[in-house]
Design a protein around this ligand. Structure first.
Ligand code: HEM
Ligand code: HEM
Length: 163
C-alpha cells in the first residue's frame, strides 16, 4: 500500500474531537467517582447528568477510536517525519498503538465496573486513567518537541489535511 502524505480531514477532525472528549472525562469525573463510592458503600447513588455523560463520553470515545482504526487500516499511515531516529519512530508507533488500546480498554473496564459490578475492573479503570495521562503527556511533549525544537512542522500534520 502506498503511504498517504498525511492525515485526511476526517482523521484530523476525529483526533481533535476525541482529545476534547477525553479532557471532559477527566474534568467532569467527580459525578461518576461519587456515584461509584456510593455504590461500593451500599448507599443510593445521587442522580444527575454527570454519570450518564461520563458513560456516553466513554462510549463515544471507543466508537470514534474504532472508526479511526478503520480509516487508518484503509488509508495506511503517513511516514514518520524526516530527520527522526528509527528508535524514536518506533516509540511513536508504540505510543499511538497504546493510546488506541487505552481508548478501548477504558470504556470496557468502566462498563464492567458500572454495569457488571466488578470492583477489580474499577481499580483497573483508575490505573488506566493514570496511564493515559502519562502517555498523552509524552505524546504532547513529543509533538511540541518535533514542531518547535526539530522544526519539522509536525503539528501541521494534525492541522492540514493531505491526500
Ligand atoms: C475513554 C473513556 C473514559 C475515560 C477517559 C474515563 C476517565 C475516568 C476518570 C478520570 C475517572 C476518575 C478516576 C479517579 O478517581 O482518579 C473515572 C472513574 C470512573 N469511570 Fe471512567 N472513563 C471512561 C469511560 C468510562 C465508561 C464508559 C464507564 C462506564 C460505563 C466508566 C465508569 C467509571 C467508574 C465506575 C468510575 C469510578 C471508579 C472508581 O472511583 O473506582 N468510565 N473515569
Ligand atoms: C494538545 C494535545 C495533542 C496534540 C498537540 C497532538 C498532536 C498530534 C500530532 C501532531 C499527531 C500526528 C503525529 C504524526 O503524524 O506522526 C498526533 C497523532 C495521534 N494522536 Fe495526538 N495530539 C494531542 C493529544 C492527543 C490525545 C489526548 C490523544 C489520546 C488518545 C491523542 C492520540 C493520538 C493518536 C492515537 C495519534 C495517531 C494517529 C494515527 O496515526 O492513527 N492525541 N497527535
Amino acid at each position: 500500500m502506498t503511504k498517504p502524505s498525511g492525515y485526511s480531514a476526517t482523521q484530523i477532525g476525529l483526533h481533535w474531537i476525541v482529545v476534547l472528549l477525553i479532557v471532559l472525562q477527566y474534568v467532569l469525573h467527580d459525578g461518576i467517582s461519587a456515584a461509584w463510592e456510593a455504590v461500593e458503600e451500599g448507599r443510593e447513588a445521587a442522580s444527575g447528568l454527570l454519570v450518564p455523560m461520563h458513560i456516553l463520553g466513554g462510549v463515544l470515545i471507543s466508537a470514534l477510536a474504532l472508526w479511526r482504526l478503520a480509516l487508518r487500516a484503509r488509508r495506511g499511515t503517513p511516514l514518520p517525519p524526516a530527520g527522526g531516529h528509527p528508535a524514536l519512530d518506533l516509540v511513536a508507533r508504540v505510543t499511538h498503538g497504546a493510546l488506541y488500546l487505552l481508548m478501548l480498554l477504558l470504556p470496557l473496564t468502566g462498563a464492567l465496573a458500572w454495569f457488571g459490578g466488578v470492583e477489580t475492573a474499577a481499580g483497573i479503570h483508575v490505573v488506566l486513567t493514570a496511564l493515559l495521562l502519562v502517555l498523552a503527556g509524552l505524546h504532547v511533549a513529543a509533538a511540541l518537541f518535533h514542531h518547535f525544537v526539530m522544526k519539522d512542522g509536525l503539528l501541521n500534520r494534525m492541522g492540514r489535511p493531505a491526500s
